[in-house]
Design a protein around this ligand. Structure first.
Ligand code: NAD
Length: 439
């Protein structure tokens, strides 16, 4: 969720206290997870080579004029991992930690995600290395438009389709759409509506896309609860990251009766054992740029946040949060990964050893790409679906993925993350075997 002009000054002040996630090679983790699953399922050697590497890596350096007349040069990335199942698809992130390693990892996860939930997309991801709180609204618009121009025809509605991710939002997608359309001949412009998803509704977005990732997380938590005879009406949970994914997950869990005990974001962590109202906190965060200072809860430390006793933890911020050091601190039964890559392989081992269930990211947060697919379809067909139709189709797709992962975990006697990988790799292997390799 990016920042609007109104929120800008406040966020700029808060950003001085920003805690950056610990850095390590995320892509190495992806390769490790991939190899583990590939070994277990005996993945074809050739397919393994193809999927074990990214297809295209685009790095662009582009100049932008700042408000005070200075020129700054920015670095942007787009990594296209694989398009065997359909056009490359994946979000754009604006964050100081964006680099080629992170984007490779995120692009690769996108390929697995679409394969698990059976949608005809490949995997890609991109971003710009910047701290958006340091730029004005007008500067962010020029940065976005110039980045789109630099990417040129390496994106496109039938080739590679970006979407929102950390610090990007429907407004940024609208700027990308407008810039991309402006680069096309007039008679081609209408056909290009699907060059990005996660657009504002009025600009060709889908109803339900905004909440889609959180909605998917909650649908899967409900399935897990059914399977485990667990009463969500009595459940407690904590959320890390209160942007698009975190806030929507919390808001959608509220009507099910679950109680939100603690929330952490880039500005700090807050807790209230009586429960935090997600709707009220969402309004507060919109106005103040973060959870810090929220009056109906007390500030707690990062360690206190992680130690909070609750039934469910929803990480919905960045990578590398559940590690060998932090996983032993968690006091929960289920980790529902809204974020991409919140758990390192070492963290995963600890969770598995401790008997904590995991809804792995490549399944759990796939609601976003599923409804992006619906948006893309509506654009192609010049249709506009109602919310009920979107939610109903999302439920079917994501629960289909859940069932496949559950059965695979049972069949291979592996944890759910490895099972999710096996589901994705098996589908891609089948496609490569059917089609062969040109020439
Ligand atoms: P967002 O920008 O809307 O929100 C990010 C949140 O993370 C903010 O609340 C921010 O304060 C918090 N955060 C950032 N750094 C933090 C830190 N060091 N410690 C604690 N909190 C921190 O982003 P989003 O779209 O909600 O994405 C969150 C995660 O979900 C990312 O991993 C993203 O890749 C993943 N995801 C997003 C979508 C989507 O549709 N937006 C889809 C699938 C997966």
């Amino acid at each position: 969720m990016a920042i609007t002009s109104k929120e800008h000054t406040k966020v700029r002040e808060i950003s001085k206290t920003v805690r950056q996630p610990k850095r390590r090679s995320v892509y190495e983790d992806v390769v490790r997870q991939f190899n583990q699953a590939a070994d277990l399922m005996n993945l074809d050697l050739g397919v393994r080579k193809i999927l074990g590497t990214t297809m295209n890596e685009i790095v662009v350096h582009f100049p932008v004029k700042m408000d005070d007349g200075r020129i700054e040069v920015f670095t942007g990335y787009r990594v296209q991992h694989n398009n065997a199942l359909g056009p490359f698809k994946g979000g754009l992130r604006y964050h100081p930690a964006v680099d080629i390693d992170e984007v490779r990892a995120l692009a690769t996860w996108m390929t697995w995600k679409s394969a698990i939930v059976n949608i005809p997309f490949g995997g890609a991801k991109g971003g710009i290395q910047l701290d958006p709180t340091q730029y004005s609204f007008a500067e962010l618009e020029r940065i976005t438009r110039r980045f789109t121009y630099a990417l040129g025809n390496t994106i496109g509605p039938d080739y590679d389709i970006p979407a929102p991710d950390v610090n990007t939002n429907p407004q940024i997608m609208a700027w990308i759409l407008d810039t991309y359309q402006s680069m096309m001949p007039a008679f081609e412009r209408q056909r290009c509506l699907g060059v990005v998803t996660g657009k504002p509704i009025e600009s060709g977005g889908s109803i339900g896309r905004d909440k889609a990732t959180g909605q998917g997380v909650v649908f899967l938590i409900r399935e897990w609860a059914k399977d485990n005879n667990f009463d969500l009406g009595q459940a407690t949970y904590i959320v890390q990251g209160f942007g698009n994914v975190g806030s929507w997950s919390a808001r959608l869990l509220k009507p099910l009766g679950a109680r939100l005990l603690a929330v952490e974001d880039v500005t700090g962590a807050v807790a209230n054992p009586e429960g935090i109202d997600p709707e009220e906190l969402t309004r507060y965060v919109k106005e103040h740029g973060g959870v810090r200072g929220y009056p109906n809860a007390r500030m707690i430390t990062h360690t206190e946040f992680l130690r909070t006793r609750a039934d469910i933890f929803i990480p919905a911020a960045l990578e590398n949060q559940i590690t060998a050091e932090t996983a032993p601190l968690l006091n929960v039964r289920l980790v529902a990964e809204g974020a991409n890559g919140p758990t390192t392989p070492e963290g995963d081992e600890v969770l598995t050893r401790r008997g904590i269930d995991i809804l792995p990211d490549i399944l759990c947060n796939s609601g976003g790409v599923i409804v992006s697919y619906f948006e893309w379809l509506q654009n192609k067909r010049s249709e506009f679906w109602e919310l009920q139709e979107v939610d109903c189709k999302l439920y079917k797709k994501i629960v289909g993925g859940y069932q496949r992962v559950k059965e695979t975990a049972k069949r291979f006697k592996v944890n759910w993350r490895t099972a999710a990988y096996i589901v994705a790799l098996a589908r891609l292997e089948k496609v490569y075997k059917e089609r062969g390799i040109f020439p």
